[in-house]
Design a protein around this ligand. Structure first.
Ligand SMILES: [Zn+2]
Length: 109
């Protein structure tokens, strides 16, 4: 799972901080989940990054969103180029290795 988050959403989520850490400890039922949080300044979005492909009822439609900004994946707020932004990656080490770095396409770390 990966998300772009605004500074406000990260500030209000006590689980999140910069770096690499265990975000959910293992339980009897579930293995631990690991998180990587990279902070930076938002790059100008590309049209490709702002294009959504929607598959529904065996049809595919494409929606191109405004590429003047990103939207926070949590609050939907606008993240404009130069704004502080956090890239969150969450994975389950018991099931997969750490996902490759993708953050550089979205932010200047
Ligand atoms: Zn937000």
């Amino acid at each position: 799972m990966r998300q772009l988050l605004c500074e406000e959403c990260v500030t209000h989520d006590r689980r999140l901080r910069e770096g690499s850490f265990i975000i959910f400890a293992a339980t009897v039922e579930e293995p631990a989940e690991h998180a990587r949080v990279v902070k930076g300044r938002a790059k100008p979005p590309t049209v490709e990054q702002r294009t959504i492909h929607i598959h529904a009822d065996r049809q595919q439609t494409t929606q191109v969103m405004d590429s003047a900004f990103y939207n926070c994946d949590r609050c939907n707020g606008k993240i404009r180029p130069g704004d502080p932004v956090y890239a969150l990656t969450v994975w389950i080490p018991a099931r997969q290795s750490e996902p490759p770095r993708w953050e550089d396409a979205y932010l200047y770390a």
